[in-house]
Design a protein around this ligand. Structure first.
Ligand code: SAH
Ligand code: SF4
Length: 337
């Protein structure tokens, strides 16, 4: 089915199709990723983002290597086997430092853990160094497939982001991308193009969240369009990309108390408890109303487990490679690559 046909389905039918497809690939398991937000400093000035360079009103922070390693080691001790390190485009988190961090995590935790990085657009040689250090996954959303909107909101062309995506795939990363729904200026046709571009990229992981206006940004007074467009997007993506890992995003949980459960029931199969220091969670304010700010991430896992049971699923503590990536990797190994 193509994106337009999927989007034309009644919501209940679309969500049921997505849930059937998700269970056919992943059973009732929900993969866990421990998320650490390393820095809210950013040279970027994306119009939607609360930590953009132009927001002079937030307190800036960045974690030290020791803080990052300690957070990940506690997550490992608690049983997590997949970690995501994310941040703004901060010159202090350039490729040399990220490579060093990847190498020290690999050395401490071995090959049994998945290490995902997400620090925006970089040169291919920088991505290559991080990969050589030991990172195995990279997340970079294309944000919107609408070229005009993309340029207007990010100040950089969509083609630049797509080149980064190509570079990452070329380098053998397990690749994650995604977009926001309900950006001001987007329409139902934009959503169909977002789905088409997602299917064309064919990523191993894809994350979608509702755009949430941040008052200290140029889009601060824009209208929020809520959870449903993001749920429809996730459900359509699950049908288009049956083997991709799809998170029930924090943004979904931030616009509705049951947002993540509803996303899990509409095709998502991943949860990402934030295991960074509590002060960092608060200061990494991409948008207002972010959830779980007062709990430490490992106590969040108990709450997530109950939420999973509520929709007939259970937490899966394994590395959670996407089946499409596992197949690609074994084909390459077979070719002696
Ligand atoms: N700097 C990196 C990663 C950090 S931002 C990058 O830009 O790739 C992580 C994601 O947060 C972005 O990809 C974007 O999709 C999302 N985001 C930013 N501002 C948001 C907002 N106001 N509402 C919802 N999601 C937002
Ligand atoms: Fe920086 Fe990423 Fe926010 Fe853009 S979305 S301002 S690159 S943190």
């Amino acid at each position: 089915m193509n994106p337009a046909t999927l989007l034309a389905l009644p919501e209940a039918e679309l969500f049921r199709k997505a849930d059937d497809s998700c269970r056919a690939t992943f059973g009732d398991g929900i993969f866990l990723r421990g998320l650490i937000e390393a820095t809210n400093r950013c040279v970027g000035d994306c119009a939607y983002c609360g930590i953009r360079r132009g927001n002079g009103k937030i307190a800036r922070y960045s974690l030290s290597d020791d803080e990052i390693l300690a957070a990940i080691e506690s997550g490992y001790a608690a049983g997590l086997r997949s970690f995501v390190l994310q941040g703004g485009e901060d010159p202090d988190f350039g490729s040399q430092r990220l490579t060093r961090l990847a190498a020290s995590l690999r050395e401490r935790l071995g090959e049994g853990v998945a290490l995902t990085f997400s620090f925006g657009t970089m040169k291919k040689s920088d991505y290559a160094a991080i990969k050589a250090g030991g990172a195995d996954r990279y997340l970079i959303r294309f944000e919107t497939a609408d070229e005009r909107l993309h340029l207007e909101l990010r100040g950089s062309p969509l083609s630049r982001r797509l080149r980064a995506i190509d570079d990452l795939r070329d380098l053998g990363f397990e690749l994650g991308t995604g977009f926001m729904t309900g950006l001001p200026g987007s329409t139902e046709a934009t959503l169909a193009s977002d789905l088409e571009l997602s299917a064309a990229i064919g990523p191993d992981m894809i994350g979608v969240g509702p755009f949430i206006p941040h008052p200290e940004t140029p889009l601060g007074t824009a209208k929020a369009r809520g959870l449903v467009p993001a749920l429809r997007a996730v459900a359509a993506l699950r049908v288009l990309l049956p083997e991709a890992n799809i998170p029930a995003t924090t943004a979904a949980g931030s616009v509705a108390p049951d947002g993540r459960e509803r996303m899990l029931a509409a095709g998502a199969n991943v949860l990402m408890p934030n295991i960074g220091p509590i002060a960092a969670k608060r200061a990494y304010e991409l948008y207002p109303g972010k959830i779980c700010l007062d709990e430490d991430g490992l106590s969040c896992v108990g709450c997530l487990s109950i939420r999973a049971l509520g929709i007939g699923k259970r937490l899966d503590w394994s590395r959670g490679d996407s089946p499409s990536f596992a197949r690609r990797a074994s084909t390459l190994a077979g070719q002696g690559a």
